[in-house]
Design a binder for this molecule. Sequence first.
Ligand SMILES: Nc1nc2c(ncn2[C@@H]2O[C@H](COP(=O)(O)OP(=O)(O)OP(=O)(O)O)[C@@H](O)[C@H]2O)c(=O)[nH]1
Ligand SMILES: [Mg+2]
Length: 298
Amino acid sequence: MARAISVVENRQPEARELLAALFPHAGGALVVGVTGPPGAGKSSLVDRMTARLRGSGRTVGIVAVDPTSPFSGGAILGDRIRMQSHATDPGVFIRSMATRGHLGGLAATTGQVLTVLAASGKDVILVETVGVGQDEVEIVGTADVSLVVLVPGLGDEVQALKAGIMEIADVFVVNKADREGAERVVAEIGSMLMMAGEDAQVPAIVQTVATVDEGTEALLSAIEEFRRQAETSGALARKRRAQLRRQLEDAVRQRVMSHLRQRVLSPAEAESMVDRLAARELDPFTAADELVRRLGLA
Ligand SMILES: Nc1nc2c(ncn2[C@@H]2O[C@H](COP(=O)(O)OP(=O)(O)OP(=O)(O)O)[C@@H](O)[C@H]2O)c(=O)[nH]1
Ligand SMILES: [Mg+2]
């Protein structure tokens, strides 16, 4: 498993064949995205949920995406330590993915790693990511169910509401409910949801204390209830179709770009083209037209 994921992550040549072989077997897992501000308790919650899922006989894959800079590698270590209790359980597979500043294409690679995990037969895959930027939103957007974890007392609840991650929440988790102000965060989310209108499925709000395993069962029930409703309404199928459409477009983009680089546009020519763009002698749209023509596509 670890080697297969490395092949995919490093975009090795055999990745394509591997993914093609695994794809037919990758449709069975429930992918749960877990996002929220740094230190909200995402890893602790993942750990608690994993324990319960294992208790009910379900196998679990865990992907922790760390979007931090190369200078703060602490989060990965933290994730590993907090999830150590599952490290020797063959029913759990844990993988950390560091973006190390290379955000571009992260979502695509994460999707491929999910394919490997799902094909291995994991029932549930938990994807943890810090909700700070567009890439993270995109990753969580590829999940079947997205949890947004908030905590009282940070004073950034409202900021998070604005950051765009609120729209992707299927279930809100107010963790660290042992701290003062949890009720207020719940109320804030509630009033925000009232403004959002009633056309979509209304997200549940669950309070948890991950450190003492409080609310974990309620959280898993909320996830299950969302899945059940989304399955009935067809929303889950639509979500998965949108995700497959994006995967297809990513794959086409990659193939066309690699074809372009290998057959049509040498690095030297690409550079001189960029020179002309910089000098404003050429525009990117006309240049793209020309390259598409040379690829034989127009
Ligand atoms: N009081 C309290 N502390 C908690 C709770 N859940 C987690 N913590 C603590 O909060 C700290 C951060 O927890 P993590 O689970 O590492 O949080 P995280 O969101 O995964 O952090 P990053 O991955 O670094 O963004 C740890 O010291 C936890 O013990 C909770 O419910 N109550
Ligand atoms: Mg974490």
